[in-house]
Design a protein around this ligand. Sequence first.
Ligand code: FAD
Length: 381
Amino acid sequence: MCAATAGYRGRRVEVLDHAPKAAAKIRISGGGKCNFTNLTVRPDHYLCGNPHFVKSALARYQPQDFIDLVDRHGLVYETRELGKLFCQNRAGDLIQILRTECDWAGVEFHLNTRVEQVEALDESHQPLRFRVVTNYEVIECESLVVATGGLSFPKLKASGFGYRLAEQFGLAVIEKRPGLVPLVFDGKLRDFCAAMAGVSLDVTIRNQDDTQSFSEALLFTHQGISGPGVLQISNYWRPGEAIRVNLLPDIDVVEALLKLKQENAGLKKWLNGFWPKKFTQAWLEKYPLSEPLAELPDERLRQYAEQLTAWTLYPSDTAGYDKAEVTLGGIDTNAISSKTLEVKTTPGLYFIGEVLDVTGQLGGYNFQWAWASGFAAGQSA
Ligand SMILES: Cc1cc2nc3c(=O)[nH]c(=O)nc-3n(C[C@H](O)[C@H](O)[C@H](O)COP(=O)(O)OP(=O)(O)OC[C@H]3O[C@@H](n4cnc5c(N)ncnc54)[C@H](O)[C@@H]3O)c2cc1C
């Protein structure tokens, strides 16, 4: 995005990437269909140490701008729940569009080219400012835009080079950790999850201090829990903290249990109306409630409702960068111009995309940030 934008301005642009193919993450994202943007994108969809930072770039390159771009290329896409836009065929179609834009803008690609070192040139070299040393050539340039992404999915050539470069130029890097990531458990809960692996439930998940809540699916895995709701809350979870799951988010559970008691109806049959039978069976073995309900005090039913609507879980860890969609933290945005993405103290040096301390929620927000920040830098670099 940045390369094409700068190329259209008449800049001579070279893209250096150590991967054998460009845009590997687009290809595998969204289950191979790439959730490339969202119909609604707001600054509060992002985690960033400086919440105002994202506003300028997001306002100047909106979801509709990207939709107009893919429409011009005839991309076939679909809108899914919560405004998420996906390619209908394959994510590779989107890569082709970006490559075509780069071709039209005269951008040159150097793949299998690892950037190993960057030196700032002194004034005598003006207008050249940087010497970039790669595994087989040395390039001197006026502007250097760093889009090295985060640490997630090392098998796709993720690297920490961008962070090291930022430190070399005196920028602070905020603590990094895996984000949009499955959560794992130890002990009995891990066994419970493993036995339920593959079961998906529509839930509401909240973080410990109740500041964030997501109503999306939870999926049991062999090590713990995943699914969109879990990935979302993982961005707000810290080791040692609890998460709370409402397993019956669409009903008043206290009222429903008191009604069951009145009608002397069976709990299992009722729960089976909401959950797969396998989960009901396992749940009732783990959290039994003596029946008939008619013999239980209302207080016991209220407690049980709490068990169902605020199931409190203490993950032992995240599933790590191998499974994380993004990296939380990154280059401190206070050192970066929010308008141009240029480093305030180093003219000509830019950082864009995920390498910055900007992380979107699940739903196409991370790619929208990549497009918007790339566009902003491409207009200036
Ligand atoms: C499995 C998965 C699914 C995802 N699905 C979605 C989704 O559906 N929607 C969404 O919005 N976001 C999704 N994301 C997040 C999204 O892919 C990233 O936020 C986005 O790709 C970040 O773009 P970027 O350009 O900043 O970095 P990246 O796309 O990570 O690109 C960084 C590039 O830098 C190159 N590089 C690194 N170091 C060097 C070096 N030293 N020399 C040369 N090249 C180097 C890498 O090879 C890579 O090509 C997903 C991520 C993953 C891992």
